[in-house]
Design a protein around this ligand. Sequence first.
Ligand SMILES: [Fe+2]
Ligand SMILES: [Fe+2]
Length: 169
Amino acid sequence: MKDSILELLHEQVTMEASASAEYINMASWCETKGYKNAAEFLYTHAKEEREHMLKIMRYINDMGDHAVHPDIQNIGEEYKSLREVFENVLENEENVTESIHEVVSMCLEEADYATFNFMQWYVKEQREEELLAKRALELFDLIGEDGVGLYMIDKEIGKLDKWVEGKVE
Ligand SMILES: [Fe+2]
Ligand SMILES: [Fe+2]
């Protein structure tokens, strides 16, 4: 396996680990503010990001290199509002998508079709992740944040994982 690809895969491990850690912090913030459904949604996504990380670590090991859990630095912990949490989710997911696409481009450049194939799962996963974050943000505009708005938004966020199932094929 080419060093250029390995380097990017190790960086991707760090991104997935950071994503998992920050999802936990966002979930914890929501939980303390009474946004119980958003908290569940974000805790679930934290677990998924950990799975994404492990999948790449084990691929790296299968390819003969050695993956280790990265140090996590500079992740958020305080948020101004529920909307800010989901703006943050979208921004983070867009950064992850960009990074995944860089790995895919490098695979084509280096003619590494095995890793190209391995990465397709992530390309699809990112389409789903961005769709979810965009839908969550739409809810703020559709429902509005006044009165019982935030309560309703939180309720709808609790249904998003079901909503997105099977949407991205
Ligand atoms: Fe991920
Ligand atoms: Fe993600």
